[in-house]
Ligand binder design. Sequence first.
Ligand code: G
Ligand code: G
Ligand code: MN
Ligand code: NA
Length: 253
Amino acid sequence: QDIVRKMDAAMTNGEFIVYLQPKMDLRVNSFHGAEALVRWNDPQKGLISPAVFIPIFERNRFIVKLDLMVFKSVCIMLSKWIQEGIQPLPISVNISLITLYHNDFLLHLTNIINRYQVPARLIELELTESIVFQNLEFVRDILLELKRKGFSIAIDDFGTGYSSLNVLQYFPADVIKLDRAFLMSKSNDETGKIVIASMVKLARDLNMKVVAEGVETEAQIDFLKQIDCEIAQGYYFAKPMPVAEYESLIKST
Ligand code: G
Ligand code: G
Ligand code: MN
Ligand code: NA
């Protein structure tokens, strides 16, 4: 448990930093909100990508603390914007399956939003698609409870796993996020385009929003607009950036 003590120290030292990546509303060509993505600023190694440390933290369960820290940072940010009279756009937070299963998860979230007086509707919780294959009913109940509290639910990495369309029917999601690999593999040929277009239509018919992830090219944007996909996120618009940079970006528009 030496490593966990080291992680605790890193957290106390403020080594975990929240970046934001904007999401764009393609219909009106304006900001739709942002996704919070954590980075580890290690004093020796510099900025470390979550792709490296999240899997480790999922194994040693430090992820529960980290997800809650990110959630709290986002609440502090939103509450500051509200106090400054800035109309805040929603922010999404990634929640690992381990965190979702933690006994006091709901209690912690409720305590934090109450403490910072943040309306739950400004927060979207992103859960990766694979969660939906384990303990179906248990997960569904938690999601329903989160929705009752006002949070939005997004299914992240959609299209990567073995998701069936059943997932969309059974899980009370508000948003599906089409995985970047899915967009890349499908948007280049006619059959792939039909698959994406049908998925977007299905989601819309089920009253869900669709966010296309990993959008890098103008051609992808044109295609997404053509099939009425409303929201896009990706390097084409902006990479994940420090909070101050995001603030000045949204203030300048
Ligand atoms: O930021 P980047 O694109 O490198 O993120 C890599 C992966 O890490 C993504 O799958 C993302 O969902 C995950 N990730 C980023 N921040 C968090 C976080 O705060 N909590 C969890 N559980 N996952 C995160
Ligand atoms: O799993 P999740 O969707 O949370 O992962 C988000 C990850 O995708 C982050 O690591 C982020 O930096 C990365 N990302 C975001 N936009 C793009 C993009 O346009 N291209 C590529 N290659 N990666 C992206
Ligand atoms: Mn995500
Ligand atoms: Na994704």
